[in-house]
Ligand binder design. Structure first.
Ligand code: C5P
Length: 205
């Protein structure tokens, strides 16, 4: 039986950690859909046409090195405005969502475009300042040489592009439950998400 949890929200709101925690708690498969756009962005930086890169994407591409860098994130949000790129990535995501045993997909348009029929939709958000500080700490821990000011500017630029693009702009689905994690630690945020899902989940998935 399939059971889809759609988790959307802006960069560094806590979606990834919550999604991985939810998947581990319920035994669901997890797809970080940002990685698909990061692969296409990274390939574009290497000179591949982004639409071609999206059409030929494989599960193996998601294992590439360097997908979590700030440069790959910026490139991802640039290719993500291209409607043909988005269209080429739809089937991969929907097939993942309907696999049996339950699936969690996190991204920007999962509840609105990719899986409008998802059994649970969460919109995870936090203030731009809080998100920038979290991303800054992650990047420093990963050895990148970045400044907090640059990261805040990067978060704002990506928010602006993600929310104002014509194709699948970032916004909560009408039936999404919003989780603002600005003043929450990650354990509380995860526990809240699990509670919301538990209330909607059938006894067996
Ligand atoms: O979530 P992450 O930061 O890895 O996403 C990178 C970029 O990919 C985002 O800024 C967004 O532009 C794009 N994206 C998207 N739709 C998704 C997931 C990511 O447009 N479902």
């Amino acid at each position: 039986m399939s059971f889809t949890v759609a988790i959307d929200g802006p960069a560094a709101a806590g979606k990834g950690t919550i999604s991985r925690g939810v998947a581990a708690h319920f035994g669901f498969a997890h797809l970080d859909t940002g990685l698909l756009y990061r692969v296409v962005g990274a390939k574009m930086l290497e000179g591949t046409d982004p639409v071609e890169a999206a059409r030929t994407l494989t599960a193996q591409d998601l294992e590439r090195d360097g997908l979590r860098t700030a440069a790959a994130g910026q490139a991802a949000s640039k290719v993500a405005v291209n409607a043909q790129v988005r269209e080429a990535l739809v089937d991969f995501q929907r097939a993942f969502a309907r696999r049996s045993g339950g699936a969690v997909l996190d991204g920007r348009d999962i509840g609105t475009v990719i899986c409008p029929g998802a059994e649970v939709k969460l919109f995870v958000t936090a203030s731009a300042e809080v998100r920038a500080m979290r991303r800054f700490r992650e990047l420093v821990a990963a050895g990148e040489d970045v400044s907090p000011e640059d990261i805040l500017a990067d978060v704002r630029a990506r928010d602006d592009r993600d929310m104002h693009r014509a194709a699948a702009p970032l916004k909560p689905a009408e039936d999404a439950v919003t989780l603002d994690t600005s003043d929450m630690d990650i354990d509380t945020a995860l526990a809240t998400a699990i509670e919301v899902i538990e209330a909607r989940k059938p006894a067996r998935v």
